[in-house]
Structure formats: C-alpha cells, structure tokens
Design a protein around this ligand. Structure first.
Ligand code: AMP
Ligand code: GLY
Length: 446
C-alpha cells in the first residue's frame, strides 16, 4: 500500500486496487499516451501502471521505463518479471510489427491481453493497398483508386496522365505520416510517382503506390473499440493537421482537436455505422482477421455521405486528448470487456461538455527544431482543464522540451468558444523558448 493513500476514502480505494491488481504496460511517449495514462489511472481496476518509454507527463501516473515500443524481447522480460496483466500499445509501430502475434505465440505471454489487432489486422493502417482492397471486398465507401508498383510503372504513368486533377498519391506502407501527396498537375504527379517507385522516396513503403481520386468535403475522426465481434463507438473528434492558421502550410502530427464534431449529428453517425463501421467489423470477423482494440476511421463527409480516407489501428493524436476527457466510462472496464469478448454488454457514456485541445510546438516544427528548452508555468489539472505532455522530459525538478509537439492544453466547457478561449489563455501562460501554437483551432465551428 502506498503512502499517498492516507484518508479513509482513498484507503478503501487503494485496497480495491490491490484486490484487482491490474498491472498495465502502456507503450508510447506522446500526448495520446499521457491521456491514456491519465484515464486508466482513474480506474479502480488500475493497480500499477508502467509506461515504455513515456514522458514527463506520464511519469505523474506511473513508472516510465527505458524500453522502446518495438523492443519485444525487453517487453517480454519486463512483462514476465513484473506479472503484467494488460498491454496497451498507443502507437501503430508495435502493432504493425506484430506485438499481438508475438504475445499469442509465446507460451508464457499468451494469457496477457494486448489491446490491439493482430499484425494482419494492423495492415488496415500498415498498407494502403490492403486497406483499399478490404474496403472494396466489403463495399465500404472510399475514393476510387488503382495501385501500381515497379512492374506496372509505365501503366501507372499513362493512368496518371489521364487522371482528373488533383491527384492523390499514397505510399503503400508507413511513412511517418508523410506518405500522402496531393498534386495539382499531371507532370508533378508523374514526377512524384517516379520518385516514390523508382527512387524509393519513402523506402520500402513506396514500392507500391495507391493513386486515388481526390474527394472534396470535410474530414472527421471516428473511433471504435472492438472485440472482433461487437463494437462501441467513442466520442467523435476533428483534428487540425496543418501548421498554419486557416489550415495552411506543412502537415504536422496534429496541432489541435475538438470533440464532438458539430456536423456529425445522429443522422450522419447512423450512416457511418451502417456503411462504414458495421461492414468493417463484420468484414474482419468474416475474414478471420483477429482484431481486439481501437479502429480509427479517418472519414470525409462528401455531400452528406461518409467516405473512408484511411484506417488507423490505434487512437489518434491529438484526438485522444479530447476523446478521453469526454469518455465517462472506466477505460479499463472497457479493455477488460474487450479481452473477455463481452464488449456488447457495455454502454458508452459521453460527457455533455465539448472539449478542445491546443498543441504547443517547438519553433521550426514540423521541420528542424531544437530540444531541451525549459518549460514553465504548467498548471495542475482541474475539473475543466488538463495539460497533456508529448515531447517532454523531466530533468531533476525541470520539465524540458524533447520533441516537436511539446504539450497540448485540453479544456472542457458547455460551449466550444469558451473551451477554446480557456485553452488559448493557458497557451499564453505556459512558456518555453520558441513556443508556437495555432490560435484558430475549431475556427469553422465558432
Ligand atoms: P492520410 O495520411 O491517409 O491521413 O492522408 C493525409 C491527408 O491527405 C488526409 O487527412 C486528407 O486531408 C488528405 N487526403 C487523403 N486522401 C484523400 C482523398 N482521396 N481526397 C482528398 N484528400 C485526401
Ligand atoms: N491525428 C491523426 C493521427 O493520429 O493519425
């Protein structure tokens, strides 16, 4: 029993913790993982939480470990020595590399649930061609496309020259979020296509290229948790990927987000369930693709209808930083239901308030930036505001910047305008050299 559990109420809570004794290993080091750590630590089921490798924020809720997310050997040793009872991968990397299968194929690790898909299921994110073929097989609405490789390069060039503009080119594999390029003219498209296929612009990831019809509409992120049979829909979110205000400039990992998405009303979400979510989960089950975890649907609404832009096999970042604060359920209870195949018995409860998050980034991001700047004035969490750390590292009593996306300020309020103002006020107060953030997150909705 830890010393912090002093007063009567907390004492009981601590005893319950010991009774259930869930020992969790969370993999990752971003704002998403800070939000997941914060959320899981609130559960009475949470005994002990470890984060590999974590950041200065996750360290407030558990113990950070010097283990990389894809070092399966070290993860295995740690899980055995510490009797870990649940593994939660935050990012796609360990999932696409097969952490689920690695656990399943090991006699000792087999009984430890891993919240995520098998390597095959993770191909929904790991291969754009796999995802497109899957959608075609199951009649899931998505942009028309063709895939090409070295062998069909000449055919691809001819196809591009006859394609309507703009043209969307997607490297098939994971390319650190940079593998999608939208071209406004045919010659530029052919040049990019050539670089991808002939010059391995994205390494092995661009050996195969998906050429896709450009869709015009408004994007949103929809998240479900599935146990492979049933699913639960989590709060919706919209993220802001461009570095500049008014959605201009380079793409980033995400500069902010809002939840819920104002235009994702019941009628639209019913369509999303009927045309996208249900056929996806049923398709995975029918094809016997093992999938126990989050599915992130990157959608675009075109004339009232949903189309899938991409699948991800994990939660979004920074979407998690607005979704988790609005999720009223005990996240570990949901994870336990997934592991037990009992998810259909759960009901999702959403906070009626809206949430916004505003990301503070380092000067120069998403291009070259400096690390190691001292961060000051990070406020303590309140009922209506939480600061989730991303690229940070604790050195003694200081918190230093340690990445491009440094931290994100999530505010909850009855109204989007109020929440945004509150996040921006705190964005002014928190300080580090070269701080930058977008003042217009949620601009279409206020
Ligand atoms: P992705 O890496 O698949 O998320 O794609 C990055 C971004 O490219 C998406 O968030 C969209 O803004 C854009 N995009 C991808 N595919 C299309 C498409 N078919 N039509 C229009 N925009 C697209
Ligand atoms: N925010 C988009 C993503 O996590 O991929």
């Amino acid at each position: 029993m830890q010393k912090i559990w002093k007063n009567g109420e907390r004492w009981i809570f601590a005893e319950r913790r010991e009774q259930f004794h869930m020992k969790i290993l969370l993999l990752g080091s971003g704002g998403r993982e800070h939000a997941l750590a914060w959320k899981m630590s609130q559960s009475p089921l949470c005994g002990q939480l470890f984060i590999a490798p974590g950041n200065a924020g996750t360290a407030q809720y558990g113990q950070n470990l010097d283990i990389a997310v894809s070092d399966f050997e070290k993860i295995k040793t740690f899980c055995i020595e510490n009797a870990i009872s649940l593994v939660v991968p935050g990012s796609e990397e360990p999932l696409v590399k097969g952490i689920y299968d690695y656990f399943q194929q090991d006699a000792v690790l087999k009984h430890i649930p891993v919240m995520g898909p098998s390597a095959l299921g993770a191909q929904l994110e790991g291969s754009k061609a796999f995802a497109k073929q899957f959608m075609q097989r199951h009649n899931i609405p998505t942009a028309a496309y063709r895939e090409f490789s070295e062998e069909t390069y000449e055919e691809g060039v001819a196809y591009l020259r006859a394609h309507s503009l703009p043209i969307v080119l997607k490297a098939d594999g994971l390319a650190a979020g940079k593998g999608v390029v939208i071209l406004e003219d045919h010659e530029a498209a052919v040049a990019e296509f050539t670089q991808m296929i002939k010059d391995a612009k994205f390494g092995d990831a661009s050996r195969k290229v998906v050429v896709e019809q450009f869709l015009t509409g408004i994007e949103l992120s929809v998240f479900v948790l599935t146990d492979g049979h049933s699913y639960q829909v989590l709060p919706t979110a919209k993220d802001y990927k461009r570095i500049g205000e008014g959605d201009t400039g380079l793409n980033t990992g995400g500069m902010g987000a809002v939840s819920p998405v104002p235009f994702a009303d019941k009628a639209f979400m019913d369509l999303v369930e009927e045309r996208v979510i249900r056929p996806t989960v049923a398709g995975l089950e029918k094809e016997q693709i093992v999938y126990n975890g989050f599915i992130f649907f990157g959608l675009i609404k075109v004339e009232g209808e949903p189309f899938v832009i991409e699948y991800n096999c994990r939660m979004g970042d920074p979407e998690t930083e607005v979704v988790m604060p609005r999720l009223k359920n005990d996240l570990l209870e949901l994870f336990k239901a997934v592991a037990d195949g009992q998810l259909s018995a759960q009901t999702i409860y959403e906070d009626a308030r809206v949430a916004t998050t505003v990301m503070l980034v380092a000067k120069g991001y998403p291009e070259a930036y400096e690390k190691g700047k001292v961060i000051s004035n990070i406020p303590a969490p309140t009922q209506d505001q939480l600061v989730f750390q991303a690229g940070t590292r604790a050195v003694g009593a200081d918190v230093l910047t340690n990445g491009g996306r440094v931290l994100t300020i999530t505010s909850l309020a009855s109204d989007l305008g109020i929440a945004l103002t509150h996040s921006r006020q705190t964005a002014e107060i928190i300080d580090f050299e070269g701080k930058y953030y977008r003042r217009d997150i949620g601009f279409e909705f206020v």
